[in-house]
Every structure is written in C-alpha cells, then in structure tokens.
Write a protein that binds this ligand. Structure first.
Ligand SMILES: *Cc1c(COP(=O)(O)O)cnc(C)c1O
Length: 397
C-alpha cells in the first residue's frame, strides 16, 4: 500500500506540537492594509518595507516591457532567454553597488545556491553565522566546500554552550586545513533584526586573507545613502567581495542578484547551475526591478520614515515589557518562546484586525517562537498605535 502513512504521521505530530503551517490567502494588493477572507487587516509581517510592491511606476514599467517583449522569456539565459531588460537591470545593479558586474537570478534563494555552490570549491571552507538565512545554510550544505558555523554573539538563542563570538570564527580562519575561506553573513538578520558586525568581519577578512560575502536581502533599499544596504551605511561597500540581495523584498519585485568582480560574475555565468539550468526571469520582473532600483536610489525619504516608524514601534513594544531581542532595524521580533502561546497571540491580533504571523521552529530555534513584526515606511502612526493598543489588550486580557 502506498498511502503515505509515513507523511501523515509526521503531519499529525506537527499539529500536536503547534508547528503545522498553512499559507494564508490574501485577496488584495500588498499595502499597509490587505484583505483576507473579506475583512481588512493591517499588515505587519510583509517584506514590503518601502511599499513598492504596488508602486504605479513599477507596475507601468512591467506592463511596458510585457507589451514590447511579451511575458515568458522562453529559454534559459545562455540559450535564447537573455532579453534586453535583463542586461539593463544587471548593468544598473553593478553601477549602483560600485562593482564591476552583477548577475540576476529568478530568486534570492537561487542566488545563494549559485554563489556558494560555485565560488567556494572542494578544499575550501565556508564560515556561516549560526543564524544565517535558510537559503545560505542550504547553499553551504550542498557546496563542495566544507562549512562551519560561528555566532556573532557568545550565545546563540537556545544554545547553552558558547557557539561564538568571533573567537570561534578566528579559530577557523587561522586553520591550515583549508585552501580558501569564505565568511558569509546576512547584514540585517531576518528573524532577529540585528546587524552583522561588518566592521569586525572586514577586519578579520583582511587579517586572514579570507573572502567576505554578504547577503543584504533585508537591508537593500532600506539602508545606506543610495539604498544598497548596511555595507554602504557603514562605508564598507568596497571591502565586500560579493554582495547578494533580492529584489523580492523592499524593491517590491521578484528575483535575486549578486554583484562583484567581473571574473566572479563571468564564472557564475559559466558555472552556476541555478543560472544555467533554469528559464530566465520574465522581462516584466527585470523591467520592474530596473524601475525599482531607480526609485530606491532616491528613496532617502522613505528610508527615513522606515527608521522613524521602526524606532517608534520598538520603543512602544519595550514599554509594554515585551522582548524585542537584539533588534535595531525595521525587523522587530516579539520573542514569546512557547509555540502555542505565540500562535494564540497571533490569532488574537488577527481578530483585532492585525496580520502578524507566528514564526516557529524550524525557522527559528526551539523555544524562541516569536511574532516577527516588519515595519513599512508607509505605516501611519495610527496604525502603529493601533497595533500597540491591540497587544496591550491581549496581554492584559
Ligand atoms: C528572503 C531571503 C532570501 C531569499 O530571497 P528570495 O528572493 O525571496 O528568494 C535570501 N537571503 C536572505 C537573507 C533572505 O532573507
């Protein structure tokens, strides 16, 4: 009998431990307010940090590209799928990041697979922050290089013995068992909203002659004078060997990219399987991305509002006695711990008109389930105050 009993058993276990997950269907455009099951909800868990997902200029750019080039690109990039908007986007990204070249992929996930499974090779060592995004971990696992983890603070959440901080990283960096070493970190950590210590990592990379690759997925658009991310904000962009980011978050589009030296990009074009063996992104994606890049470069005002909103909300949450962890950015976790309790608060918020999803293991470490609030530049003070009021009622009731 092939009745998938082995799967059903595991699903039942997920249900019992409050870890079963199912997507919520949204029936509107993505803005600060969305529609779910015929009711309006104020959205506090999307990565639409700059509210560009529904931006009319971006939509017009996508439409124009579709009118001219069609929708499907009909082949992989190295066959006949490279269409003008793809090249224009890559050139614009290279220029924006002040790198020799850039390459776009259908997603940020694929970008990490491509870079970490192509550039680091057999005999090399990849060094990951313990809380790096799943796409980075998956990429390292599938790489011919070996990988080890460190943690940016002495103790990672849920760890009782030290896994950090940089002492452990230095130990690996000074090891003579490997050819090359690649430090790979998120810049703004996606579940905790804190920053990588890029200054320290640049220092270590230089000291040990290692490579530094950063994933600016949550910082792109949101930080730095021209919006490239945390490295720019800290004046370190030129010290980073390969910058990875995604157009799927603050840019409100879709697709990932990497920027770096011409030889790195040429190598990826020739060797990266997630580039070669998949159909090129739709031209609508690339044209929309190009428009978003232009908007982001000049979005200082949006970035300012995003920061003001984030600081305001975090302060209010702390005043309620909530644990916002190490957050210093537009990603603000409320760490609850227990899976069931986290789900309950999320459900009660939903009933009060706020959509904040519960994040549970395996996305975060066991015992650190949380509500992960994502702030948007267009959130109003009223919307933020409304969320705080709802939380206060829930906590007191
Ligand atoms: C979201 C995310 C990705 C994946 O990007 P997609 O374009 O959504 O596939 C990669 N890295 C980090 C750090 C992320 O947060």
């Amino acid at each position: 009998m092939t009745d998938f009993d082995f799967i059903k058993k595991e699903l039942a276990e997920l249900e019992q431990t409050d870890l079963f997950r199912a997507p919520v269907c949204i029936d509107s455009a993505c803005d600060t307010v969305i529609r779910i099951a015929n009711a309006e909800k104020t959205l506090f868990c999307s990565n639409n940090y700059l509210n560009l997902a529904g931006n009319p200029r971006i939509i017009a750019a996508a439409k124009e590209a579709m009118d001219k080039f069609g929708y499907g690109s009909a082949a992989s990039r190295l066959i006949s799928g490279t269409i003008k908007p793809h090249i224009e986007l890559e050139n614009a990204l290279a220029e924006m990041f002040n790198k020799e070249a850039a390459i776009v992929f259908p997603s940020g996930y694929m970008t990490n697979l491509a870079v970490l499974q192509t550039i680091p090779q057999k005999g090399d060592l990849i060094l990951l922050d313990k809380l790096d995004h799943a796409s980075i971990i998956d990429a390292a696992k599938g790489s011919d290089a070996e990988f080890r983890t460190y943690h940016r603070t002495q103790f990672a959440f849920g760890e009782t013995s030290p896994v950090g901080g940089f002492g452990r990283l230095e130990k690996f960096l000074s090891s003579e068992d490997f050819n090359r070493k690649f430090i790979v970190t998120e810049s703004v950590f996606s579940m905790d909203g804190d920053f990588a210590d890029l200054k320290k990592l640049v220092e270590l990379k230089k000291k040990y002659n290692a490579y530094l690759i950063i994933d600016e997925a949550h910082a792109f658009g949101c930080m730095g004078k021209t919006g490239t991310g945390l490295a720019e904000e800290l004046g370190l962009l030129n010290e980073i060997d390969i910058v990875i980011a995604t157009l799927s978050k603050s840019a409100g589009c879709s697709g990932g990219f990497a920027a770096g030296a011409q030889c790195v990009i040429d190598y990826l074009v020739n060797k990266a399987r997630p580039f070669i063996y998949t159909t090129a992104p739709s031209v609508a994606n690339s044209a929309a991305g190009l428009c978003a890049v232009e908007i982001i470069k000049n979005a200082q005002d949006k970035r300012k509002r995003l920061k003001e909103n984030s600081d305001y909300l975090r302060e209010k949450l702390k005043n309620l006695g909530l644990d916002t962890g190490a957050s210093t950015s537009h990603i603000i976790p409320i760490i609850i711990g227990d899976n069931k309790k986290t789900l309950e608060i999320s459900k009660k918020l939903f009933e009060k008109g706020f959509f904040v999803v519960a994040i549970r293991p395996p996305t975060v470490a066991p015992g650190t389930s949380r509500l992960r609030i994502s702030v948007q530049s267009d959130h109003t003070k009223e919307q933020i105050d409304g969320l705080i009021d709802a939380l206060r009622q829930i906590l007191n009731g």
